[in-house]
Design a protein around this ligand. Structure first.
Ligand SMILES: NC(=O)c1ccc[n+]([C@@H]2O[C@H](COP(=O)([O-])OP(=O)(O)OC[C@H]3O[C@@H](n4cnc5c(N)ncnc54)[C@H](O)[C@@H]3O)[C@@H](O)[C@H]2O)c1
Ligand SMILES: [Zn+2]
Length: 588
């Protein structure tokens, strides 16, 4: 042991200086590099709403810059991104200046740091402080201006001093009151987000899986056509009033109640903290609830309730001193990539899926992760055999964050042909598709989707698979001609079960037009768009089929892109299926 120590000391003594400590020149280069990179990511995130990297990755870059700037204060650049919130703006939309700057939040990463902050506030103010604990919604900030109870303007956060005027887009948010219950003139702030359930049941999931719900919400608010924004089911919680509150003595809790009575959506999970010892309990409760919440949160925010004390504490250039966020650690694990397989969806999209050496994250064992598309794999430089870091974000789907150890000699490449039907895959946009409508995997996907949406009893994936293999079914209409003979060989299908199955099949014929169309899984026809068409008078499949692109594109909320998809979606095969379903008595 002593001997080993001696060698280590000798080794350190003879190391060149730059290896042990980052020298001045290298630090300067690194600080320049990080400052430019962070400014670029700020622009992508705050201005365009299209980040290139994950928040964890961003936080790592940011914290590294903070560390270096602390060690080399002389090297800090005058326009360092650590001195400002947000990003420089471009004239993409008209600008709105904020009456008070829209700042960031200071952050703690441990419960004890958060508690110390709260204790410290009591000590500075020499008062017993009451706090409001709120969920930190992972969406995008908005500021709303009302005059005499009417919404007149809505702005993004922008560079913190001014944001973009996105009033027309904000008006499409269903929970945003355009007119308040009283003719007050106020300015409020809140978070725009998307509910997980609205995406999961839309039938259009495929359009949505390229980014998180936050990026989708931020992108939606920055669309140049509010008809496009309207297609995205945005939601809202208001969390602050900036001006226009009546009594001076109203605290933050009373203000939120007052805002609620005016018609604003307020998060019902907000909780007043009377004792500092209750902070940990709120965090625990929120962390447990996180997975079952219908929206994504990335932590909690603790805010001083009393406005006079808030004013006394004031702000730094980056954040208010009266609030502190606690960021949840994302759950991570390290494992090996054992294989990459290609999945084909019911709409033909080919998605590479990572097969992992099973690893525990939180309470679940993870053995698969979606790899999205070839670009994603190229960015990671991912190959089979690599050691990777897996991160589970707010939602339950784990993603591969980076490669820790490269064990493969090359990056994985998508096969040229569909692994299920051997048809040559086609590139459409950033994804690859199997163009063969009769591809086994697509047929299976379509039938499983149809059975689910039509709520047909017992028709799970395993049963559907074996019926396809026996050539008993290929299209949705084939379900309706299954005979008792077709079923009685299947495992567990006695006469009672067959009877129940048939009853359920009969019952499915009563579904309204919109359910059947959704169940057919036609491109561009998720629940939302089907309802738009229905409200525009299109209440039969034939009416849509005999319409044309121009007519559909004119319907409010549809637009050219979707109209094109829909027309293409009603291909000859679907049309044949529709006629056959009608013959079976379905109300199309
Ligand atoms: N991926 C990227 O490229 C990239 C770039 C820039 C920033 N970021 C992420 O953004 C973070 C910092 O950004 P920030 O300053 O916008 O946000 P923040 O994390 O400092 O928090 C401030 C924001 O929290 C939101 N919020 C949600 N619920 C709230 C509540 N109840 N009360 C008050 N505010 C609430 C508000 O929109 C507010 O603007 C970074 O840590 C990083 O994770 C990522
Ligand atoms: Zn195929």
């Amino acid at each position: 042991m002593k001997q080993r120590l001696k060698y280590i000391i000798l080794f350190i003594l003879f190391l060149p200086a730059g290896v042990l400590s980052l020298d001045h020149d290298n630090a300067e280069k690194k600080i320049k590099y990080l400052s430019t990179e962070i400014a670029r990511h700020n622009y992508l995130y705050y201005v365009l709403g299209q980040p290139e990297i994950s928040n964890q990755e961003y936080d790592r870059l940011y914290n590294e810059l903070v560390r270096l700037e602390k060690r080399f204060p002389g090297l800090v650049l005058p326009d360092s991104p650590t001195h400002r919130a947000g990003s420089k703006l471009e004239n993409i939309f008209p600008l709105v200046s904020h009456p008070l700057p829209m700042l960031s939040l200071d952050k703690s990463y441990t419960v004890s740091d958060l508690v110390s902050w709260a204790v410290n506030i009591q000590e500075i103010t020499k008062k017993k402080i009451f706090f409001m604990a709120e969920e930190k919604i992972d969406g995008t900030a908005i500021e709303l201006f009302y005059e005499n109870g009417v919404l007149v303007k809505a702005a993004t956060r922008g560079d913190g001093q001014s944001g973009y005027d996105i009033t027309a887009n904000a008006r499409t948010i269903k929970t945003l009151p355009l007119k308040l219950d009283k003719p007050v003139s106020i300015i409020v702030r809140g978070e725009v987000f998307i509910r997980k359930s609205r995406i999961k049941n839309s039938g259009n999931e495929e359009d949505y899986d390229t980014g998180s719900l936050r990026n989708m919400a931020a992108g939606a608010l920055r669309k140049h056509c509010s008809r496009e924004t309207a297609k995205i089911p945005l939601d809202l919680f208001i969390f602050e009033a900036v001006s226009g509150v009546p009594g001076k003595d109203m605290d933050h809790g009373k203000i939120l109640e007052w805002l609620k009575n005016l018609g604003f959506p307020i998060n019902s999970h907000n909780q007043i903290i009377n004792h500092i010892k209750d902070i940990a309990g709120f965090i625990d409760k929120t962390a447990v609830n996180r997975d079952i919440l219908d929206y994504e949160i990335d932590g909690i925010v603790l805010k001083v309730l009393d406005r006079k004390i808030r004013n006394r504490l004031g702000n730094t250039s980056r954040f208010p001193r009266w609030a502190m966020a606690f960021k949840f650690e994302s759950l991570q694990a390290v494992t090996n990539l054992e294989n990459i397989i290609v999945q084909i969806s019911r709409l033909g999209r080919a998605t590479p899926v990572a097969i992992l050496k099973p690893v525990k994250i939180g309470n679940s064992i993870i053995s698969r992760a979606s790899l999205n598309n070839q670009d994603y794999i190229n960015d990671l430089g991912l190959g089979i055999g690599d050691k990777i870091r897996l991160v589970r974000k707010g939602d339950v789907i784990p993603v591969i964050e980076d490669v820790l150890e490269k064990n493969s000699s090359s990056t994985w490449i998508m096969p040229v042909n569909c692994p299920f039907c051997n048809t040559r895959l086609e590139n459409i946009g950033e994804h690859v598709f199997c163009p063969n409508y009769d591809c086994y995997e697509q047929v299976l996907g379509r039938l499983v989707w149809f059975a689910q949406k039509m709520k047909i009893k017992y028709l799970g994936p395993a049963l559907i698979k074996s019926l396809i293999k026996q050539n008993k079914i290929h299209n949705p209409e084939d379900f309706y001609s299954l005979s008792s003979d077709d079923l009685k060989h299947l495992k567990g299908f006695g006469s009672h079960k067959i009877q129940q199955f048939k009853t359920s099949l009969e019952k499915s014929k009563d579904h309204p037009f919109e359910t059947i169309i959704l169940a057919l899984g036609i491109q561009g026809l998720g629940r939302h768009n089907i309802m738009i068409l229905k409200n525009a008078g299109y209440n039969s499949a034939d009416m849509i089929i005999s319409s044309d692109m121009e007519k559909l594109a004119e319907i409010k909320g549809i637009g050219r892109e979707t109209a094109r998809k829909i027309i293409k979606g009603f291909n000859p095969d679907i049309q044949k299926t529709i006629q056959a379903l009608k013959k079976n008595g379905l109300r199309l």
